[in-house]
Design a protein around this ligand. Structure first.
Ligand code: S3P
Length: 192
C-alpha cells in the first residue's frame, strides 16, 4: 500500500488489534482488513491451536479455562517487536489486564461492538464455544450476560470502538479508515 504522505505503508507503523465478543466478526473482518492493508493476520485462537496441536474446545476440556488462558497469554507475549500486523483476538483476551497492556503496546486496539442478537445470529448454535456451552439460557441470553460482565473490560482495553452489527464490508471500511489514519486515529472510530 502506498502512503500519499510519502511513506511505504499508508496504515502507519501500528498494528490493528481487534477485540470484541464472540460473533462480533473479528476473524472475518481481520482477514479482509489484512488483505486490504497487505499485512499478515495473526489470529490468536488459531495460533493457540497450532501450538497446542488441538482445538480450543479440546484445550478447555483437557486443561480447563485456566489452561487455555495461560496459552492465550503466552502467544500474546510473542507479539511485541513485530512489524505492523492485524491481530484478531479471542473474545476473552481482555479479561487479563496484562494481556490488555500487551495489546495496547502492540497497536491500536479496536473494539468491535456487537449486540447479543446479531452475535447469536452469526454464531448459530454456539456450542463449539466452551465458555457459552458452560452457561445456561438461550444463546442470546448467554451472550447478553457475558457482554454485561465484560463491557467494562472491552471499554478499558480499546482505543476505539466500531459498531459491528452491520454488514462486514462496512466494518472493514471503517477499520481501513482507522488504520490509514493511524497517526491520528480519532477521526475514524468513536472513543469507547
Ligand atoms: C472465548 C472466545 C473464543 C475463544 C474461546 C474463549 C471467550 O474466541 O478464544 O472459546 O472467552 O470469549 P472467539 O471470540 O474468536 O470466538
Amino acid at each position: 500500500m502506498t502512503d500519499p504522505q510519502g511513506g511505504p505503508d499508508a496504515a502507519g507503523d501500528r498494528s490493528i488489534v481487534l477485540v470484541g465478543m464472540m460473533g462480533s466478526g473479528k476473524t472475518a473482518a481481520g482477514r479482509l482488513l489484512a488483505r486490504r492493508l497487505n499485512r499478515d493476520l495473526l489470529d490468536l485462537d488459531a495460533l493457540v491451536e497450532a501450538r497446542a496441536g488441538r482445538c480450543v474446545a479440546a484445550i478447555f476440556a483437557e486443561e480447563g479455562e485456566q489452561g487455555f488462558r495461560a496459552r492465550e497469554a503466552a502467544v500474546l507475549s510473542e507479539l511485541t517487536g513485530r512489524p505492523p500486523v492485524v491481530v484478531a483476538c479471542g473474545g476473552g483476551v481482555i479479561l487479563d489486564p496484562a494481556n490488555v497492556a500487551a495489546l495496547r503496546a502492540c497497536g491500536t486496539v479496536v473494539w468491535l461492538q456487537v449486540s447479543p442478537t446479531v452475535a447469536a445470529g452469526r454464531l448459530g448454535a454456539g456450542e463449539d464455544r466452551p465458555v457459552l456451552a458452560a452457561m445456561s439460557g438461550s444463546l442470546e441470553e448467554r451472550l447478553s450476560t457475558l457482554m454485561a460482565q465484560r463491557a467494562q473490560a472491552y471499554r478499558a482495553a480499546a482505543h476505539l470502538v466500531v459498531d459491528a452489527d452491520g454488514p462486514l464490508r462496512d466494518v472493514v471500511e471503517r477499520l481501513v479508515s482507522i488504520a490509514t489514519a493511524a497517526a491520528a486515529p480519532a477521526g475514524a472510530g468513536s472513543r469507547p
